[in-house]
Ligand binder design. Structure first.
Ligand code: AMP
Ligand code: GLY
Length: 422
């Protein structure tokens, strides 16, 4: 089968790396991909939201399956676009339709879904321009810190955690007045959950699911979890504080009710679900849903999957995932993200990257890279994700850091303390 993978980050390189190992794949196309995916398949220069061109390319190149990496094309309805076209409807799309993608595309939708199905999550109220006073009353009921979330997609920037009531009141009004554009026309005010975060992933055909390895992501740019939020600076899998009894609670209280809830609500869903969780004294709560894999979580989760991922994806497409087996390794995988100086603020692109060929005992996943002639150059804030296996996170991280020290590009930065809190 020919597979077309959409996206261009470290997650997509990890997916492409794994998909390309399957005997079931003839050609793997990545739209638009990066320099790393270009080594495991064929990059195709089409924008991820240009559904018409993607559809045309898929037909011309006899693509049998489209795997969608990022949320944006899903929220914009790529799956629905394929289903609505008589020529494209038989091509399997891995990733939910627009309605299922609302679990990530609208925080208000996700909160209503969780409350409707009894899934543990923080108390909340959704506020719009006409109900500011109600919002302020709700803020008064809560204790600091205050959590404000833009309802829509805001490129990971739409969540504010504020220490004072005055700040929370001011930011609530600023958000409703367009601080995050349309994404903040509705604001979800949430109770703050105190605990330690982790991410749990499943793949589902809408009826059954397979649990993938869990991971912990390090979102802040600075050591000791300080500074601005990023897409993620490193990750670890497995997560030492997510033992089997905790994961069992997650399955019983969160994963199963989510799959059942989608069924009850008549929302067909096939693809990945990423549960962003808070472990509060051993009890799991949902912070957010994502309708895709995480990045850089994929760079540690996917290397732990031993099974043929294409076989699992076929199970999703053919709705017989229940008959498939998933095998994972007990080894730890960690990753350290090498980023452009200045990220997550302004940074330069087009800087030559050196010495990747001199690394060993690791997998270097590309995130923001491209080829400029024969030179590999930076092309994003997050540039490379250096992943390694080990018996435990210390051993794996040692390999990540040995190799991170070999790779170089001007103004390269990485956190030296991934896993510091484990
Ligand atoms: P989200 O985009 O919903 O994942 O939120 C971004 C980050 O804000 C999360 O990864 C958490 O670190 C934090 N956060 C979100 N909601 C809460 C909450 N209710 N309590 C504590 N922290 C939260
Ligand atoms: N690393 C967080 C995310 O992918 O949303």
């Amino acid at each position: 089968m020919n597979i077309l993978l959409i996206g261009s980050g470290g997650r997509e390189h990890a997916l492409a790396w794994k998909i390309s190992q399957s005997k079931k794949v003839e050609k793997l196309y990545i739209v638009p991909g990066n320099a790393g995916t270009g080594e495991t398949g064929i990059n195709v220069n089409i924008a991820p939201d240009d559904f018409e061109q993607i559809g045309k390319f898929a037909l011309e190149n006899k693509v049998g399956m489209v795997v969608v990496g990022p949320e944006d094309p899903l929220v914009k309805g790529i799956h629905d676009y394929f289903l609505a076209s008589p020529a494209l409807k038989d091509i399997a799309v891995i990733g939910p339709r627009k309605e299922g993608a609302m679990l990530e595309g609208s925080k208000d939708f996700a909160k209503q879904f969780m409350f409707r199905h009894g899934i543990p999550t923080a108390r909340y109220k959704s506020i719009s321009a006409g109900t500011v006073e109600e919002g302020i009353t709700f803020l008064r009921e809560l204790h600091p810190p205050y959590v404000l979330k833009a309802d829509g997609l805001a490129a990971g920037k739409g969540v504010l955690i504020l220490n004072s009531f005055a700040e929370a009141e001011r930011e609530l009004k600023a958000m409703l007045q367009g601080k995050f554009g349309n994404a903040g026309k509705t604001v979800v005010i949430e109770e703050y959950l105190n605990g330690i975060e982790l991410s749990v992933f499943v793949i589902t055909d809408g009826d059954t699911y397979k649990l993938l390895p869990e991971a912990k992501d390090y979102k802040r740019v600075g050591e000791g979890d300080t500074g601005l939020n990023t897409g993620g600076m490193g990750a670890v899998s497995p997560v030492p504080f997510a033992g089997s009894s905790f994961i069992k609670k997650v399955e019983e209280r969160i994963i199963k009710p989510t799959i059942e809830g989608l069924k009850k609500d008549g929302i067909p869903y096939c693809g990945f679900i990423f549960f962003g969780l808070m472990n509060c004294n051993g009890e799991p709560y949902v912070i957010e849903y994502n309708v895709r894999m995480g990045d850089p979580e994929s760079e540690v989760v996917i290397p732990r999957i031993k099974s043929d991922i294409v076989d699992l994806l076929e199970g999703v497409a053919e709705k017989n995932l229940g008959s498939k087996k998933i095998e994972t390794t007990d080894d730890t995988v960690t990753t350290v993200m090498l980023v452009s100086g200045g990220y997550p603020g302004d940074y330069e692109k087009g800087i030559a990257i050196e010495n990747i060929k001199n690394t060993s005992n690791c997998i270097v996943f590309h995130a923001g890279t491209k080829m400029s002639g024969n030179t590999l150059v930076t092309n994003g804030g997050r540039v490379l994700s250096v992943s390694a296996y080990g018996k435990n996170h210390r051993e794996a991280l040692e390999k990540c850091y040995q190799n991170a020290a070999i790779i170089s590009f001007q103004k390269m930065y990485f956190r030296k303390d991934i896993g510091f809190d484990l």
